[in-house]
Design a protein around this ligand. Structure first.
Ligand code: GDP
Length: 471
């Protein structure tokens, strides 16, 4: 420090003494003290974070646009229970087994690829939005397009709405598959009508949402869906660098008795090869073998391709990002660091939004919007509360309701809250026990009210920084 400010060390030591800091020439000095002393000399202190390996995987390496080429879209299927998500996923998967592979074993590895008109499409094989949002909560953005399955004989149901809100929160375009068209009481117009309420307006009605009538059971309309996916993905111009640093996301992972830790990963950039050194979350290892969705051993996997990898030292979590390292020693050092950081974070505080420290986060510029998930006992209260919350006016911040619904606060609400950094407001409802546990461990702020006025008042106070902390 003395060298940097071009003074004698003894002079600095004296100054520090005035500040009540006993230092010798060998001591490190705190940033605060350093700043004060420097100010004395009219020197401004700028703190630079040291660059270390840890940064490497956080960094989505800027790829030179010249090196980018088209990659396949990655699709998730969501919708209400029993509307046909699993049937549709299975039907699409089997459309595509080529003659030579027919009779071969299709492996369920968590994702699969199909080919249409010479182009590939990747499907995440876990239906429902839990998987989708858990991943997003961990910072992974793996979905390019969402297929929203709505049964034509049943129409829009609560989980349909949840799915829409999850997709919207992640900014992922939605294609609606109106399923069970083979049923006598199928009423696709009703589905279209109901979905307009959620901003999904069919093209023939003047909107821009694609609706595809299908029957997953009778395997009707599957090609149409695939073609529409290609259409939407063309607009998105999805790109990756096949020769860039391989990285991607863990889709599923488990400990296999015979094979050890097995992880299905989706490569999102670069080409992953057998022998590569991979860091995934808090584990690492050398890729010993790779297996594709058809159960074949393969040597390399390019962008948008799902593969099962063997060779990690431990089981990563779904949603963990992975990245290839050139050097095993560095990889192990990074993982050590991460493990201890995770431990520290578990002990220390969290950065989730809570009403109590909202004002601080607003002031620090971390928050411009308070995201809220709203649950109430009846639709009327939901609407009333939403209306009042969105009317709250505090300079520079506003309330945004990311999801609303009638009924108890469930796990999906909590997952969505973690993913969109939201608080959960319950009006005359309680969290389900599982949801309560999860809110606790994920440190999601859940507030329960019986009087609308109290809810409004508390949120307003929090926005203005006048909330008495809750102990
Ligand atoms: P999920 O809960 O959304 O995954 O729904 P499933 O795929 O498990 O389907 C629920 C039920 O609906 C099953 O009995 C399916 O056989 C049935 N089903 C799915 N698709 C269709 C369809 O297109 N037509 C008819 N009639 N039944 C279907």
């Amino acid at each position: 420090f003395a060298k940097l400010v071009k003074r004698e060390p003894s002079e600095i030591i004296k100054k520090l003494l005035f500040l009540g800091i006993m230092a010798t020439i060998n001591n490190e000095i705190e940033v605060d003290a350093m700043t004060l002393v420097a100010e004395d000399y009219g020197i401004e202190v700028e703190i630079k974070e040291p660059v270390d390996e840890e940064a490497v995987d956080m960094l989505v390496e800027e790829e030179n646009p010249e090196n980018l080429s088209e990659r396949s879209p990655i699709v998730t299927i969501m919708g209400h229970v029993d509307h046909g998500k699993t049937t549709l996923l299975d039907a699409i998967r089997s459309t595509n087994v080529t003659a030579s592979e027919a009779g071969g074993i299709t492996q369920h590895i968590g994702a699969y690829q199909v080919e249409i008109k010479g182009k590939k499409i990747t499907f995440l094989d876990t239906p429902g939005h839990a998987a989708f949002t858990t991943m997003r909560a961990r910072g992974a953005q793996v979905t390019d397009i969402t297929i929203l399955v709505v049964a034509a004989d049943d129409g829009v149901m609560p989980q349909t709405v949840e799915a829409i809100n999850h997709a919207k929160a992640a900014n992922v375009p939605i294609i609606v598959a109106v399923n069970k068209m083979d049923k006598e009481n199928a009423n696709p117009d009703r589905v279209k009508q109901e979905l307009t309420e959620y901003g999904l307006v069919a093209e023939e009605w003047g909107g821009d949402t694609i609706f595809v009538p299908v029957s997953a059971l009778k395997r009707d309309g599957l090609e149409d869906i695939l073609e529409m996916i290609l259409l939407v993905s063309e607009v998105q111009e999805l790109k990756a660098n096949t020769d860039g640093r391989p990285r991607g996301t863990v889709i599923e992972a488990e400990l296999d008795k015979g094979r050890g830790p097995v992880a299905t990963v989706l490569v999102q950039n670069g080409t992953l090869r057998v022998g590569d050194i991979v860091v995934a979350g808090t584990t690492y290892g050398k890729v010993r073998a790779m297996v594709n969705d058809r159960g074949r051993r393969i040597k390399e996997a390019g962008p948008a391709m799902p593969v099962e990898i063997l060779g990690l030292s431990d089981v990563p979590s779904a949603g963990d990002l992975f990245v290839v390292y050139d050097d095993e020693r560095k990889a192990s050092k990074l993982v050590d660091k991460r493990v201890s950081k995770v431990r520290q974070e578990a002990i220390g505080s969290n950065s989730r939004v809570t009403l109590d420290d909202l004002f601080k986060q607003i002031k620090e510029g971390e928050i411009k919007e308070l995201n809220v998930i709203l649950k109430a006992d009846v639709q009327g209260s939901v609407e009333a509360l939403r209306g009042s919350l969105e009317k709250i006016e505090v300079e520079g911040v506003r309330v945004r309701v990311v999801h609303q619904g009638v009924g108890a606060i469930n796990e999906s609400d909590i997952i969505l809250a973690t993913a969109s950094n939201a608080i959960v407001i319950g009006f005359n409802v309680r969290p389900q026990p599982q949801a309560e546990k999860m809110a606790d461990s994920e440190k999601v702020d859940v507030r329960l009210y019986r009087v609308i006025y109290n809810a409004i008042e508390e949120v307003e106070a929090a926005l203005k920084g006048m909330l008495d902390p809750e102990f």
